[in-house]
Design a protein around this ligand. Structure first.
Ligand code: WT7
Length: 653
């Protein structure tokens, strides 16, 4: 395993372990027996979990597995939006709050399940008026406002697939996604609040839509009240069309395998992959995991997942899982330090949040801001703390436990991916004795292994590749329009065994707990966001001053990894150390992909280290970026290149 980084040895030093309190264990949603039940009769176990949902028609077969193609709950019919909304109203919970929404400027909205039903029905009626039908694709680029949830559920209700694009993505990135899925409708807003100020949105989406002829209409939510350009006939205000619709809408049942959404994520090439998820299995696992991993109690817990709806975490743990489980959730629009660094704790205190789910990068940011900030608030409502997106370092884990959880809340470190659809590896808060930095073990009903290159299980203490050796209900059903890439990316590495290759390195400790070690491919993880090195490289070389570029993820104290680029500049762009060129390039990448892809550092070099076959040796560049002694250079075509790079950089070039 080439690139798992230095964590392997550090992590084996960690020996602390925190068992659940007796009190917590006594009331927990899941017990130790669940593991055996999941192993002994996997399909029976998942059939039981699927009973959490309302099925218009029950399935005939739990699983049809023709590797790598799975069908779950074959013959079953359900409506995902009905399950997330109407069902709870029908069962007498219309007055329960679904969302306490908190806008960045301080405005709030309380949305009950009855409100949600009427809003989603109105939106579904409006989408129908705009020509959206089952099977169509709808692009959504919205800030964290309730209409984002209404839009997703309206699509689900109609059997149309949504493709949510993170609000921070550039017009070019939006365009590529609309184009790939041939979306018919785009739902967006006039603007978005970011760090206390309205920022543009519609100008950007207009730029994308100017180049995407499949888009028939743009549905625009008014959020910031800023003036926006308007295309008559194409653009429609949300309040004009949605508000006048009936609040009644009959949800039709769809096949369990009916597509629910596409969500794009970065792979090892420049082109993002449209990960496809379907209905019955996805919702079953989203609901099950939300129930057991967060020990969620409907009508009692107040749950807050701080992710953005543009990522899979927002899909599964702001929208589908919690709503299927009749959760009362907090949804927050803005940044964690607007208007002050205690904003999250103020929200926890205000709504009595009991389950808080966030990312290591934010925990490390809170650490930097200081423990005095959370200390000022009453956080005694908290019961369970979650982490997702990247390996959490033991130090951040302990800080989270002590300063947010007040030594009193189990921490669930949850490993999963856009592709897995829902949590796969995590402790059960009332069962598992947790270790700082470990995601512990596969959930009941899920099977994971750490194997060698030759697919041999590594056993306690060993390290290797993380694979999922058995199908699971919320697994991706494909990459939109690209079956070959689907097979290649996930199923070719361990084709003989039929294992899903996750792309992560992992190790077992001596007790058999799993420790994730980061990606083993050319995918970076910056603040829990996946960005491919190739994507950033392509953005860089699309700039006229760049002759060649190589990008690596270097470990970063706050963001997990930071993007470090090595560029060869053309002609005299490199004069004066290339200062101007570097600034222009950082802005260029932000414009091409989005601000999250902006390199932390750009180093101007004269050569790049390449193998004889012309492959860039990122491992060596990572050594430079992380200020390490440069490793083995014998496979380089020109072994002096690294000396040139290192000495050039020392001279401050
Ligand atoms: C990649 C998936 C799952 C939603 C957020 C990211 C890394 C995710 C953990 C964790 C160690 C983690 C992996 C994975 N990752 N959670 N708890 N411990 N690594 O979804 O963008 O699809 O990224 O994020 O490397 O492969 P994603």
């Amino acid at each position: 395993m080439a690139d798992s980084g230095p964590t392997l040895s550090n992590l084996s030093m960690e020996s602390r372990s925190f068992p659940p309190s007796e009190e917590f264990a006594a009331q927990a949603n899941a017990t130790e027996e669940w593991y055996a039940r999941g192993d002994d009769d996997r399909e029976g176990f998942w059939a039981e979990q699927a009973e959490r949902l309302h099925w218009h028609q029950k399935w005939d077969q739990v699983l049809d597995w023709q590797p790598p193609f799975a069908k779950w709950f074959v013959g079953g019919k359900l409506n995902v939006a009905y399950n997330c909304v109407d069902r709870h109203v029908d069962e007498g919970h219309g007055d329960q709050v679904a969302f306490h929404w908190e806008g960045e400027p301080g405005d709030t909205r309380t949305i009950t399940y009855a409100d949600l039903k009427s809003e989603v029905s109105k939106a579904a009626n409006a989408l129908t008026e705009l020509g959206v039908q089952a099977g169509d694709r709808v692009a959504i680029q919205l800030p964290m406002i309730p209409e984002a949830v209404f839009s997703m559920l309206a699509c689900a209700r109609l059997g149309a697939m949504h493709s949510v694009v993170f609000g921070g993505f550039s017009p070019g990135a939006l365009k590529a996604r609309i184009e790939d899925a041939e979306c018919k409708l785009l739902i967006t807003s006039d603007g978005q609040y970011r760090r206390g100020k309205p920022a543009p949105m519609k100008e950007n989406t207009d730029e994308a839509v100017a180049q995407t002829p499949t888009i028939e209409h743009v549905l625009v939510v008014k959020r910031t009240e800023t003036d926006v350009p308007w295309t008559e006939g194409r653009d429609v205000w949300w309040h004009d069309i949605v508000d006048r619709q009936s609040g009644e809408h009959e949800a039709q049942p769809f096949d369990a395998e009916h597509p629910l959404f596409i969500l794009y994520t970065s792979g090892t090439t420049g082109k993002p992959k449209g990960i496809l998820h379907t209905s019955g299995g996805y919702l079953t696992q989203a609901a099950y995991t939300h129930h057991v991993v967060f020990d969620h109690k409907p009508g009692e817990s107040v749950y807050w997942c701080t992710a953005d709806i543009g990522w899979v975490t927002g899909h599964s743990y702001i929208v589908y899982g919690p709503l299927a489980n009749r959760a009362t959730s907090v949804m927050y629009e803005g940044t964690p330090n607007t208007p002050h660094e205690g904003r999250h704790w103020e929200i926890v205190q205000k709504y009595g949040v009991s389950i808080y789910y966030t990312a290591p990068t934010l925990i490390r940011t809170f650490m930097k801001w200081g423990k005095e900030i959370p200390e000022k608030y009453d956080l005694s409502s908290l019961r369970v703390l979650g982490s997702v997106g990247e390996p959490i370092n033991p130090e951040a884990w302990m800080w989270y436990r002590e300063n947010v959880g007040r030594d009193n809340c189990p921490i669930v470190d949850t490993w999963w991916q856009t592709e897995t659809g829902a949590i796969m590896i995590a402790p059960l808060p009332g069962v598992t004795a947790t270790k700082p930095g470990s995601a512990m073990r596969a959930l009941p009903g899920i099977s994971a292994e750490v194997v060698t290159e030759e697919a041999q299980p590594v056993g306690p203490g060993g390290g290797g590749y993380l694979v999922l050796d058995k199908p699971w209900p919320s697994m991706l059903r494909g990459i939109w329009g690209d079956e070959e890439r689907f097979r290649d990316t996930y199923w070719s590495r361990f084709a003989d065994q039929g294992y899903y290759f996750a792309g992560d390195g992992a190790k077992y400790d001596d007790d058999g707990a799993i420790w994730l070690l980061g990606r083993v491919d050319d995918v970076m993880n910056v603040s829990g966001h996946r960005i491919s090195t190739t994507e950033v490289e392509s953005a860089l070389v699309s700039h006229p001053t760049v002759a060649e570029a190589a990008v690596v993820g270097a470990s970063d104290e706050t963001t997990g990894q930071g993007i470090v680029a090595f560029v060869i500049l053309r002609g005299n762009a490199a004069k004066d150390g290339g200062e101007d060129a570097i600034k222009a390039l950082r802005d260029h990448v932000a414009k091409e992909i989005g601000p999250i892809a902006k390199p932390r550092q750009i180093m101007v070099v004269e050569e790049l280290p390449k193998t004889r076959s012309g492959k860039i040796m990122r491992r060596l560049l990572r050594d430079v970026a992380e200020n390490r002694e440069v490793g083995d250079v014998t496979t380089l075509a020109d072994s002096t290149v690294m000396d040139l790079i290192s000495s050039g950089l020392k001279e401050g070039k």
